[in-house]
Design a protein around this ligand. Structure first.
Ligand SMILES: Nc1ncnc2c1ncn2[C@@H]1O[C@H](COP(=O)(O)OP(=O)(O)O)[C@@H](O)[C@H]1O
Ligand SMILES: [Mg+2]
Ligand SMILES: [Zn+2]
Length: 531
C-alpha cells in the first residue's frame, strides 16, 4: 500500500527535524536537566512539526533508555509511539472528541499510573476546539497534575486556549519553515524514493507549501502521481496552478513598455489555456511582493521563497522599477485579487486590473520630476516618460530654488495658519496643508475653528490636523471644522496673477516645464519668500 510521503517521512528524532531550532533546544535542555513540564502548548501554522515534535518528546520521555534526547528508536515504547498504538501515549483529536465526557474519561485515565512506561503523555490535536467545559476538566488536572502526566496541546490558534490553561503550560510557537530547508528536505526524500527532480521542480514544490512542510510534501505526492519518477517543473506548475518567473515577467515587460495591448493578449492566452485567473492574480501578487523585497533587501535573502538563480533574476527585474512603483503594483494587484474572488466576470476584472497597472506606471514621483528638472537645466529636455526612467537610481530631490521653497520656520508669533501650514508641509501632508491654507482659522480658548471651502473637504484629515495642532500648542486642544465659504477678508493668501511676483514665477521656464509635465496641475499659491 502506498503511504503518503508526509507520513512515511515523519521525523522520528530531533536530528531529522528541520527548522524549529528554538523548540528543539529548549526541549532538549529540559530533558537533560530533568525539568519536564506537565503541560505544553505547541502552536503555529499547520504542517510545521507540532504533532511530530509531540511524538518525539513522548519517545524521549518513554524510551527504555530515557529520559533521553536521543531515543533509541528500537525499544517497544519507541516503536509503538511511531505506530501510534501505545497505551501510555494517548492521542486525542479534539476536533472529533470535543465533549465533556471525553475529558471526564481523560481525568479518570490520568489518575492511574502508566501501564508500562515512565510517563502518560496526552497529545491533544486541534486543542483550540475543546469545549469550555472540557477545558475546565483539563484545568483541574493541570492544577494538580500527577507526577507522571504530560499534556501536549497542539493548535493552530493559540489565542483560543483559555489563559487559565495557557498560564499552566509552557508554550512554543512553531514557525513556518524556511524555503531552502524545505527544498533540501525534499531533495533528500526524492533521493530515498529514487525520484529525479531538478532544483527548479523542488523550488516550485517548496514554494507551494508556503512554509508548511506537510503541504509541500503533499504537493510532492501529487507531482509523483502525475509525473512518475521524473518530476518536471513545468508540469508541476501546471498541476498546482503556479506560474513561472518567465510568464510573470511578461507582465513586468508589458509594464515597462506601457503596452496595454500585450496585457490584454496575455489575459486571452490565459483563458485559452484554461488557466485559473484567480491563481494567476495570486501569483502575480506574490511576484510583485518578491520584486519589492528583492529591491529593498537585495538578492539572496531568506525573505524570498525562491532558489538562488530565481532570486538573482528577481533582483535584476526589480532594478528596472522604483520602490514606489512596485509598492503600487503590489497594492493594485492585491485589490484586484480581492475583486476577482467575488467576480462573476473574472476575465473582465483581470483585464481592467492589468490596464490599471499600466496606467499606474505612468505616475511620476515628485522627487523624480524635480530631479529631472534640476538635471536638465534649460527647457529643452525631452518630456519625462516613466519607461525611460526605469533602472535609474532615484536621484535625491534637489535643493529648492529660492522662489519656490517651502516657507521657512515661522517666528513664534506667526499665526496658527502659518504654523500649521508649515508643520503639515514638514510632515509631508501637502494636501492637508493646502486645505489649511484656504481655510479661515479662529482660536477660542482651547479650540480652533476651521471654516474650509467645500472642495477641500477630502484633503482635511481631522485626526492629523489635531495631532499637529496639539503638538504646536503643547497642550490638549480641540478642533472643529465647518465647510463653507470662508470670510474672504480673513483668508490671507497670496492671489496668483495680478501681482508681479506671481507673473514672473508663472513665466519661469522651470514652472512652465512642470506644467507641461503635469497638464492637470494648477498653480494655487505663489509666495515671495524675500518678503
Ligand atoms: N519541522 C519539520 N521537519 C521535518 N518534517 C516536518 C516538519 N514539520 C512537518 N513535517 C512533515 O509534515 C508532516 C506533518 O507534520 P505535523 O508534525 O503533523 O504538522 P502539524 O504542525 O500540523 O502537527 C510530518 O509527517 C513530516 O513529514
Ligand atoms: Mg498535527
Ligand atoms: Zn527507545
Amino acid at each position: 500500500m502506498y503511504q503518503v510521503i508526509a507520513r512515511k517521512y515523519r521525523p522520528q528524532s530531533f536530528a531529522e527535524l528541520i527548522g524549529q531550532e528554538h523548540v528543539r533546544t529548549t526541549i532538549e535542555n529540559a530533558i537533560t536537566q530533568n525539568r519536564i513540564a506537565h503541560g505544553y502548548i505547541f502552536s503555529g501554522q499547520r504542517g510545521t512539526g507540532k504533532t511530530t515534535v509531540a511524538r518525539i518528546l513522548a519517545r524521549c520521555l518513554n524510551c527504555v533508555e530515557g529520559p533521553t534526547t536521543q531515543p533509541c528508536g528500537k525499544c517497544a515504547s519507541c516503536l509503538e509511539i511511531t505506530g501510534g498504538n501505545t497505551v501510555d501515549v494517548i492521542e486525542i483529536d479534539a476536533a472529533s472528541n470535543r465533549g465533556i465526557n471525553e475529558m471526564r474519561e481523560l481525568r479518570e485515565n490520568v489518575r492511574y499510573r502508566p501501564a508500562r512506561d515512565r510517563y502518560k503523555v496526552f497529545i491533544v490535536d486541534e486543542a483550540h476546539q475543546i469545549t469550555s467545559e472540557a477545558f475546565n476538566a483539563l484545568l483541574k488536572t493541570l492544577e494538580e497534575p500527577p507526577e507522571w502526566v504530560v499534556f501536549i496541546l497542539c493548535t493552530t490558534e493559540a489565542h483560543k486556549i483559555p489563559t487559565t490553561i495557557a498560564s499552566r503550560c509552557q508554550q512554543f510557537s512553531f514557525r513556518s519553515v524556511d524555503f531552502a530547508e524545505v527544498a533540501g528536505r525534499m531533495e533528500w526524500i526524492c533521493k530515498q524514493e529514487g525520484i529525479e527532480a531538478d532544483p527548479e521542480a523542488l523550488s516550485v514544490l517548496a514554494q507551494a507549501g508556503e512554509g508548511s512542510v506537510r503541504d509541500s510534501l503533499s504537493a510532492l505526492d501529487q507531482a509523483i502521481a502525475c509525473c512518475g519518477l521524473k518530476i518536471d517543473a513545468a508540469e508541476v506548475r501546471g498541476l498546482l496552478g503556479m506560474f513561472s518567473l518567465d510568464s510573470l515577467h511578461e507582465v513586468t515587460q508589458a509594464l515597462a513598455a506601457e503596452d496595454s495591448k500585450r496585457m490584454l493578449e496575455m489575459v486571452m492566452e490565459l483563458e485559452r489555456n484554461g488557466r485559473n485567473l484567480q491563481h494567476f492574480c495570486r501569483e502575480l501578487a506574490r511576484y510583485f511582493r518578491n520584486l519589492l523585497v528583492a529591491k529593498v533587501a537585495g538578492a539572496n535573502t531568506r525573505l524570498i521563497a525562491a532558489s538562488g538563480p530565481e532570486q538573482q533574476r528577481l533582483a535584476e527585474i526589480a532594478a528596472g522599477f522604483s520602490e514606489e512603483d512596485l509598492t503600487r503594483y503590489l497594492q493594485l494587484t492585491l485589490d484586484l485579487f480581492k475583486d476577482l474572488q467575488f467576480s462573476l466576470q473574472p476575465r473582465l476584472h483581470l483585464e481592467i486590473g492589468l490596464l490599471r497597472l499600466v496606467q499606474a506606471g505612468k505616475l511620476v514621483s515628485i522627487e523624480e520630476a524635480l530631479g529631472e528638472l534640476s538635471g536638465s537645466g534649460s527647457g529643452s529636455a525631452p518630456p519625462i516618460k516613466k519607461a525611460t526612467q526605469a533602472g535609474k537610481p532615484a536621484s535625491p530631490p534637489p535643493a529648492p530654488s529660492p522662489a519656490f521653497a517651502a516657507a521657512p520656520a515661522p517666528a513664534p508669533s506667526a499665526s496658527w495658519k502659518d504654523r500649521l501650514h508649515s508643520a503639515l508641509l514638514e510632515a509631508g501632508m501637502q494636501f492637508t496643508a493646502d486645505a489649511v491654507e484656504h481655510s479661515q482659522i479662529t482660536e477660542t480658548n482651547n479650540e480652533l475653528l476651521f471654516v474650509t471651502p467645500e472642495e477641500f473637504k477630502l484633503s482635511l484629515n481631522e485626526k492629523d490636523i489635531l495631532k499637529i495642532v496639539q503638538k504646536i500648542a503643547g497642550r490638549p486642544m480641540r478642533i472643529r471644522i465647518t465647510l463653507g465659504a470662508p470670510d474672504a477678508a480673513k483668508v490671507t493668501k497670496v492671489k496668483p496673477a495680478q501681482d508681479d511676483v506671481s507673473e514672473r514665477a508663472l513665466a519661469h521656464p522651470e514652472v512652465q516645464r512642470f506644467q507641461e509635465m503635469f497638464p492637470d496641475a494648477q498653480v494655487r499659491v505663489v509666495r515671495n519668500l524675500k518678503e
